[in-house]
Write a protein that binds this ligand. Structure first.
Ligand code: DX5
Ligand code: ZN
Length: 225
């Protein structure tokens, strides 16, 4: 499993998003949190800002849609040219159709689960997705404390993914830092979102390198290598 780092611009200066994107060009993705003030109690940005970020970012965009009715809105994010579009299982009413539309538009399709949402009911969707996102905080805000109670679900998700061929990436999002990334990597995560740990640091690019090196030297549970 290759370690990937996806800095979340939620913790960046929203008046300087282009600079924030350029500051982490050593990362793999730029994580963009779309919030609608309905699915989560916070409001961030939408498609027009994503379209501008596509022009400004040296990295592909990893769009995390924390919105109601993703079936209606998600395909447009893929059609705009983003690299990855993730919808929440709790919000989607027709996830199979929507995930297929995301892929048909040329983006990777992601499914996100809140901390209290079990992974087992979604096993049959693993063939429809390219990434499973496990929230390690309640979604809505950056800078929250990492929820250790999600660790067993990260392990179970890794087992399910391996049982289905190991093709799906396993992303963790929320409270990921130098102190918590090792636990996530050990449990089997391979894509790490970090907002505060990157943009709260004096040198965001260095923070990306540090997070990557900690995750990369961690043996995933059960891999034995
Ligand atoms: C929270 C967002 C996260 C957030 C993570 O709802 O989905 O992507 O930016 O921020 P940190 O890493 O600060 O917890
Ligand atoms: Zn996110």
């Amino acid at each position: 499993m290759a370690v990937q780092i996806s800095p979340s611009i939620l913790s960046a200066d929203f008046a300087r998003l282009a600079e924030a994107a350029a500051a982490v060009s050593n990362a793999d993705w730029l994580h963009v949190d779309v919030m609608d003030n309905h699915f989560v109690p916070n409001l961030t940005l939408g498609l027009p800002v994503v379209e501008s970020l596509l022009k400004a970012s040296p990295l592909p965009l990893d769009c995390h849609l924390m919105i109601d009715d993703p079936d209606r809105w998600a395909p447009a994010y893929a059609e705009a040219g983003t690299g990855s579009v993730t919808i929440h299982a709790e919000a989607a009413k027709a996830p199979v159709r929507t995930l297929r539309e995301i892929r048909a538009a040329g983006a990777r399709a992601g499914l996100a689960l809140n901390p209290a949402t079990p992974v087992e009911p979604y096993e049959d969707l693993l063939g429809e997705i390219d990434m499973l996102l496990l929230m390690t905080v309640e979604p809505g805000f950056g800078g929250q404390r990492f929820l250790d109670m999600v660790l067993p679900k990260i392990r179970r998700s890794r087992e399910l993914i391996e049982a289905h061929g190991g093709r799906v990436w396993l992303q963790v999002d929320g409270g990921v830092s130098e102190r918590t990334i090792e636990r996530c990597a050990e449990a089997g995560a391979d894509v790490f979102v970090a907002g505060n740990a990157v943009y709260g640091a004096e040198d965001p690019a260095h923070a990306v390198d540090v997070l990557r090196s900690i995750a990369a030297k961690t043996d995933p549970a059960g891999e034995g290598a």
